[in-house]
Design a protein around this ligand. Structure first.
Ligand SMILES: *[C@@H]1O[C@H](CO)[C@@H](O)[C@H](O)[C@H]1NC(C)=O
Ligand SMILES: *[C@@H]1O[C@H](CO)[C@@H](O)[C@H](O)[C@H]1NC(C)=O
Ligand SMILES: *[C@@H]1O[C@H](CO)[C@@H](O)[C@H](O)[C@H]1NC(C)=O
Ligand SMILES: *[C@@H]1O[C@H](CO)[C@@H](O)[C@H](O)[C@H]1NC(C)=O
Ligand SMILES: [Zn+2]
Length: 431
């Protein structure tokens, strides 16, 4: 290798010389225009400093305001047409309760029959729809000794340490991204895809979906196709914020080709520091699941637990318990992998490994830059099509890019999670 002459001619170097080199390296590490550059930042404060991303900015006018309940953008005739075309598949169920500006779901004045006609999860944890033609929600998993490993509320701006950890452990997960977060942190969303995680959606603004009008429910899904505009793929799965789903909302999800994924256990990680929930409580929740697994509770069917990419605490808990979970369960895999969902997106040039492939060491297959290193062959990616309908089309044929230079982000951490029921009982609901 040829070195510049000053390397060979100078026997010693001043500390100032090295300072210059270090400075150059850190400038390099602060490239905030590409997924790879952004992924190299290790200071959480730097990671969370807003940046400008042209494709997002260019499309701002084509999207609803971030962190607000989505509605169809006035000029968006494609969305209007798709919405009108979908309505015939939606049961006639009214919005529930109210959606106050505080972001709290308020079901206080709502009189709901105890027969649970709408299979409303928030009321009675119903996951088997009553409206004909809707598949059951995913809660448990057919593969024994398996945890469907997933995280809600991302992408979080400070997730590099967490994603680095997952990468070093060759661990993939299901990431339920919020559209407004994707707009704020598009390069972080791109990293999720590049790292080989399964990307699902978690709505546009993270509201109680059953409280929204038909048009709002539609738009919360439709514009989360923003994820396609930022990361290039259209997800086929979602998780309702707070678990709040009924057959009307499920029918919209189904019409978009989205499988509804709930959870069986709640780590309560998102509540740490609120309502008397301590870090020790969250530890105990993880520990309880680990004990159940060790005692054979999942020897005939796998399960799911609600955990979050919400903040440093929730991500640190995930890191802290990863190895114990993996040992107790045997298999920690993305939800789609546990279901052999080898085609996770509408675009057919991305594949996930089958369960067998994953557990025998091939944790990612074709598609996405992050997948290349562990790629074997491009697996059989026969679309399983579970939960997909013929109307699942691209959602938004319009516009590239997306909303958002992070001008107006409100941060999910501000979201409250209290729902008030007609019974007068105040219940805390999960994110
Ligand atoms: C991401 O995590 C950081 C660090 O815990 C937190 O300050 C920030 O509010 C989070 N941002 C979002 C959008 O969740
Ligand atoms: C949590 O924050 C600390 C301090 O900034 C950092 O060193 C650590 O990597 C973070 N952990 C995760 C999982 O983000
Ligand atoms: C996944 O595929 C494997 C191999 O074909 C099969 O044994 C297993 O039952 C499948 N699991 C599911 C949930 O379809
Ligand atoms: C998949 O195809 C789309 C176009 O349909 C393209 O934009 C994208 O780059 C492709 N991705 C990969 C990994 O080949
Ligand atoms: Zn959430």
């Amino acid at each position: 290798m040829l070195l510049p002459s000053f390397f060979t001619s100078q026997p010693t170097y001043s500390s100032a010389f090295f300072t210059v080199l270090l400075f150059a390296a850190s400038v390099d590490a602060q490239d905030r225009t590409t997924e790879q550059g952004e992924a190299q930042i290790s200071d959480p404060n730097q990671e969370c400093a807003p940046y400008y991303y042209a494709p997002v900015n260019a499309a701002l006018a084509n999207y609803p305001a971030i962190w607000q309940p989505a509605t169809i953008v006035a000029s968006d005739t494609a969305a209007q047409a798709k919405y009108q075309g979908m309505l015939s598949q939606i049961p006639n169920i009214q919005p529930k309760g109210t959606q106050p500006a505080s972001l709290m779901g308020d079901f206080g004045g709502y009189n709901y029959p105890t027969s649970d006609p709408d299979c409303w999860w928030t009321y009675g944890k119903c996951t088997t729809p009553k409206f004909a033609g809707l598949p059951p929600d995913i809660v448990t998993l057919p593969e024994p000794d398996t945890l469907g490993y997933g995280f809600d509320d991302g992408p979080n701006c400070s997730h590099n340490a967490f994603y680095d950890y997952l990468q070093q452990n060759d661990q993939k997960a299901t990431m339920f991204y919020i559209g407004s977060n994707v707009m704020d942190w598009p390069l972080e969303a791109q990293r999720g895809l590049a790292d080989g995680h399964e990307i699902c959606v978690h709505t546009w603004s993270h509201r109680y979906m059953t409280s929204l009008t038909n048009e709002e429910v539609f738009a919360e899904f439709y514009y989360t196709v923003t994820i396609k505009l930022v990361i290039g793929v259209t997800p086929t799965c979602w998780r309702p914020p707070y678990g709040d789903v009924d057959d009307r909302v499920r029918a919209f999800a189904h019409a978009f080709g989205l499988r509804t994924i709930l959870w069986q256990y709640d780590s309560n990680d998102w509540r740490e520091g609120t309502g008397g929930i301590t870090a020790a409580n969250v530890d105990a929740n993880y520990q309880a699941l680990i004990s159940l697994a060790q005692n054979g509770a999942f020897s005939t069917a796998g399960t799911t637990m609600l955990t979050h990419e919400l903040n440093n605490f929730t991500m640190a808990e995930a890191v802290k318990f990863h190895d114990q979970l993996k040992a107790a369960f045997k298999y920690l895999v993305p939800v789609g992998v546990a279901l052999n969902q080898t085609q996770p997106y509408l675009e057919t040039n991305y594949s996930l490994p089958s369960f067998e492939q994953y557990v025998s060491g091939t944790t990612s297959v074709s598609g996405g830059s992050g997948a290349s290193t562990e790629t074997t062959s491009s697996a059989n990616s026969s679309p399983s099509g579970a939960g997909q309908s013929s109307s699942k089309g691209s959602g938004s044929g319009s516009t590239g890019g997306s909303v958002g230079a992070p001008a107006a982000f409100a941060g999910i951490g501000a979201l409250a999670a209290t729902a008030i029921f007609a019974s007068g009982i105040m219940r805390l609901l999960a994110f």
